[in-house]
Write a protein that binds this ligand. Sequence first.
Ligand code: FES
Ligand code: FES
Length: 176
Amino acid sequence: MTAAVSTVHLFAPSIDLSLAMKIQLTVNGQPHSADVEDRTLLVDLLRDTLRLTGTHVGCDTSQCGCCTVDVDGQAVKSCSMLAAQADGCQVTTIEGLGAKGLHPVQQAFTECHALQCGFCTPGMVMATVGLLRRCPLPNDQEIAEGLAGNLCRCTGYVNIAAAVKQAAQQMKGGAA
Ligand code: FES
Ligand code: FES
């Protein structure tokens, strides 16, 4: 059965409607058609319009990685990508990753106590999924480099690195 396409409209106040464009993308397996401004960021489409607020905004300047999502198999900071650039793409957010039960990376973060306040965690998990896809059994250096774009103010990163290793072992190179 074909999933219904939802149509959403994202307009900031006082915009020039001639700047709006229609895009189509799939988010967490659900097709969407959206009217967006050419300046609309992917993170704003996800959070403000689709209400997928598991994707966090920590800086809005591509520094913290809290907004990381998967776009066509790549971990992407969604505050650094225009919604229009996601036209035709498959996007997975943290909500989609855990839709059928905890993903092994989410499970490992839980078991290794790799979070405290949790604000960085959705982005950290999505970045880890991307890292393990590129590098299925990363060593310490590869984990540090792979997650260098994701900042955590709480944990000191030790348990995050442990979680990445545990997830890698669990997935045995079969990155999901
Ligand atoms: Fe995107 Fe910080 S909100 S990198
Ligand atoms: Fe608090 Fe990472 S767990 S910022």
